[in-house]
Design a protein around this ligand. Structure first.
Ligand code: GZL
Length: 342
């Protein structure tokens, strides 16, 4: 069914939205003149040890993306760069993560970076950080909270990532004159994370109007093991499918393992993935995965730069999105040389 095409399908977008917030340093407490969002804290060396101590509330260690993301922080936030790092791993537990942030506040860190497991119930904790005079940055996954509860967001635009994947699929169908019904298996990430919500919304917004059928939808919790498990469950139903829309590479690996174990020719399926781990990009080169919507995990240095700018009273954007595109057969051979992880 699947016709490999060499046609150049290149959809790439670099979207950076910036709503300037001006943090003016007005005192040793880290208070600043209110920025345009009403947020008035900036990172300061409040304990005078010569370093900014960052408390990093990390999601967990569920995926290759997460491992690379954590390493980028551990590599950047070192004394040679003027920082100390206190690291908290929530093990993908949203309730534990809220306690992690409260523990970081109690430890008196000088700035907090929160990569939220899920996006709900954060207002009280963010208010506690603000009341404690500790500036808080949201990274990796956005929160739907008032702008006066956090200093800045830096990370992917998940809806845009999903739209790039959907646009790629639509063009692939047209370019290959595919007339068969489009039956999609949808492997979702952690339910309630903005990574899952944005990527899922792109598909659910597009499918009805394009006549695409979502024949199965389950969360694989962004892990390879769970991705394989839910794909095995679907395959036991014996339903037809020709597209897999998998919200991260780790679940994609699991789904591929499940299909191989069931004797399915994986190259006969259109496989869409997210992130861009090196081994997934190699699978694009090898013709197994068809497209990866990029999601950059190497956020440490860029978050560090935002902290330094805010500390120096420079304007920083309220929201900055990573520059991301898609990786397909026309770009994978080059991209695999610099892809993150293994
Ligand atoms: C995306 C990030 C997601 C990745 C997954 O920014 O939050 O979480 O896509 C990771 O691999 O588990």
């Amino acid at each position: 069914m699947k016709a490999k095409t060499a046609s150049a399908i290149v959809i790439s977008a670099a979207l950076v939205l910036s709503f300037s917030a001006c943090g003016n340093d007005s005192g040793s407490s880290g208070d600043s003149g209110s920025d345009s969002s009403g947020y008035n804290l900036i990172p300061q060396d409040t304990n005078g040890d010569g370093y900014i101590t960052l408390g990093f509330a990390q999601v967990g260690a569920e995926s290759g993306w997460r491992t690379a993301n954590t390493q980028s922080y551990k590599d950047y936030f070192v004394e040679a760069n003027g920082f100390k790092l206190v690291f908290a791993d929530a093990n993908q537990d949203a309730d534990k993560q809220k306690q992690d942030v409260r523990d970081l506040i109690a430890q008196g860190v000088e700035v907090i970076d929160l990569a939220p497991v899920t996006d709900s119930g954060w207002e009280p904790v963010l208010q506690e950080a603000k009341d404690a005079g500790i500036p808080l940055i949201v990274s990796d996954r956005q929160l739907s909270v008032s702008d006066d509860l956090y200093l800045t967001y830096f990370g992917g635009d998940m809806l845009a990532e999903g739209n790039r994947a959907v646009d790629w699929l639509e063009k692939y169908i047209q370019d290959n004159n595919i007339t068969d019904p489009i039956n999609i298996v949808h492997l979702q990430g952690t339910i309630g994370s903005t990574a899952q919500k944005g990527r899922s919304q792109a598909l659910s917004d597009a499918a009805p109007g394009k006549g695409w059928n979502i024949v199965y939808e389950q969360t694989g919790e962004f892990t390879q093991a769970k991705g394989q498990e839910v794909m095995e469950s679907f395959l036991q139903q014996g339903k037809d499918f020709n597209v897999i829309y998998s919200e991260n590479d780790d679940m994609t690996y699991g789904a591929i393992d499940a299909m191989k174990a069931a004797g399915i020719d994986v190259e006969s399926k259109i496989i869409i993935s997210f992130d861009g781990n090196k081994s997934a990009v190699q699978m694009v080169v090898d013709g197994i995965i068809d497209v990866i919507a990029e999601c950059d995990p190497l956020l440490g240095p860029q978050v560090g730069d935002l902290i330094t700018k805010a500390k120096n009273g420079e304007q920083i954007a309220k929201v900055t999105y990573s520059v991301e595109g898609v990786i397909d057969s026309t770009t994978a051979a080059e991209k695999v040389k610099t892809a993150f992880g293994s």
